[in-house]
Design a protein around this ligand. Structure first.
Ligand code: ATP
Ligand code: MG
Length: 434
């Protein structure tokens, strides 16, 4: 029977004969023995010891199968167990020029991402990512939301035109979707609360550690939802994900030096901060925003940029919702607070320790005339939104939703300083390969 490395690091296996498949991770050749660390297909590593006539042609990343006996040896690297073997089957001897060593520049690792994803860090991140998605899906199942899939080739922009990727679509033009939201809105009329996991595409013009050109977007939309429930859903979902990660992925979190105590501090309810108050705090901190060549103090009406988000969350230990943004800084579909002229029924969820935005949401405008006016004001072509406007004609109801960036969430969970480390094949301004 074939085992993985971590399965056999156990006293029950001492003296047993096992089979193991994997790749050469490190090699040390001695006069009478070859010590080979073997990496399996889940990032586990175990030391194998061969007599000098076996495995001497092995190179880093050669693939092989080993039959051997498990022994305990405190000196053995990677957990004090080793496999003594005199029988191997080699699948492939890799050329000796495997481009990835122990200390490599970030750029070289990105150029060779198809190989760099074999690193134990990437394996740990991938496992955490899989568990984030599993926990999210489970939360929606448990709460009776329906999972849906909608197109990613679209005609109607959701966010601003400046981040649209356009493409030739037969004899027409189309865009890559920036968000599934408009389609989710169409679905709440027949399916009730719905959610989706799909890539969103944004032609971000600057290189940052929090933006990708393609990211995984978890979006949810529900009819008859009010602001308070919208916030409650987000905090419950997030807490559910964090608890599952702590429970199932503590080894991987430790391997990545994630801040477990920070994750353990996360519980409901999250703080809520009014935008007005946030602006006062930023003014008292003398935070400035860039305007043309110069900077000026933050004023009411400014969107919160990353510096502002950092300033607000730096001393925070738990996530915080910002509510009551100016309508002006929000897209055409955001509803105005009927009790507060010029204020949007929208919210951003900011993560603590200076991390900033992970989710945006709000109540959607349900008055067709208001949407028409705002589409015009924002210079958008009404024809591309005719189907969306129909949703407000035929049985419109109050509804709202939110969208979470999965890589942003993972970046915070694993305490990584770059979003590119939270996705296997990052797409950025300067990279679409491999
Ligand atoms: P930001 O202002 O932080 O750039 P945004 O307000 O433009 O983000 P939204 O349209 O609100 O983004 O998208 C919802 C969520 O999707 C964001 O809160 C964020 O988690 C994620 N997100 C948005 N743009 C990107 C991107 N380019 N790369 C990765 N994640 C993103
Ligand atoms: Mg946002």
């Amino acid at each position: 029977m074939y085992y993985r490395a971590n399965d056999i690091k156990h006293n029950d296996f001492i003296g047993k004969t096992i089979w193991l498949r994997g790749w050469v991770y490190r090699i040390r050749k001695q006069k009478d023995k070859n010590f080979v660390l073997i990496r399996d297909d889940r990032g586990g590593v175990i030391q194998c010891v061969f007599p000098s006539n076996i495995g001497s042609d092995l190179t880093i990343e050669s693939s092989l199968e080993v039959k051997g006996t498990v022994l305990k040896d405190e000196r053995a690297k990677e957990g004090g167990y080793e496999v003594r073997s005199e029988e191997i089957k080699v699948f492939n001897i890799a050329p000796p020029d495997f481009p990835i060593g122990e200390f490599q520049s970030t750029e070289l690792l990105l150029d060779n991402r198809h190989l760099a994803i074999r690193s134990r860090k990437m394996v740990a991140m991938s496992k955490i990512r899989a568990t984030v998605l599993q926990a999210a899906r489970q939360w929606f199942i448990d709460n009776d939301w329906i999972e849906v899939n909608v197109p990613t080739i679209v005609k109607s922009a959701v966010e601003g035109g400046s981040t649209l990727f356009s493409l030739k679509y037969y004899d027409d033009d189309a865009y890559l979707s920036q968000s599934a939201q408009l389609y989710l809105e169409a679905l709440v009329f027949s399916l009730g609360p719905v959610w989706t996991l799909a890539p969103s595409f944004r032609a971000e013009k600057s290189r940052t550690v929090r933006h990708l050109a393609e990211f995984l977007h978890l979006e949810a939309e529900s009819p008859w939802i009010e602001m308070d429930d919208l916030l409650r859903n987000q905090e419950k979902l997030l807490c559910g994900i964090v608890q599952k990660i702590i429970l199932d992925r503590s080894e991987d979190l430790k391997y990545l030096n994630a801040d477990l105590s920070a994750l353990n501090r996360i519980h409901e309810p999250f703080d809520r901060l009014k935008y007005d108050k946030a602006i006062e705090i930023l003014q008292s901190m003398e935070i400035k925003v860039q305007e043309g060549e110069t900077t000026r103090p933050v004023v009411w009406g400014d969107d919160l940029n990353i510096d502002s988000e950092r300033a607000i969350t730096r001393e925070k230990k738990r996530p915080i919702f910002i509510v009551g943004y100016p309508l002006e800084v929000k897209p055409f579909y955001v509803k105005e607070d009927p009790l507060n002229h010029g204020v949007a029924l929208s919210t951003d969820l900011l993560l603590p320790d200076g991390f900033g935005e992970v989710s945006s949401g709000g109540i959607r405008e349900d008055n067709i005339e208001n949407i028409r006016t705002r589409l015009k004001e924002q210079g958008l072509d009404l024809n591309s939104y005719s189907w969306y406007l129909d949703l407000r004609k035929y049985g419109s109801v109050p509804h709202g939703g939110f969208g979470i960036g999965i890589e942003r969430l993972i970046r915070w969970i694993i305490n990584s300083n770059d979003i590119k480390e939270c996705v296997l094949f990052p797409r950025t301004m300067s990279r679409v390969m491999p």
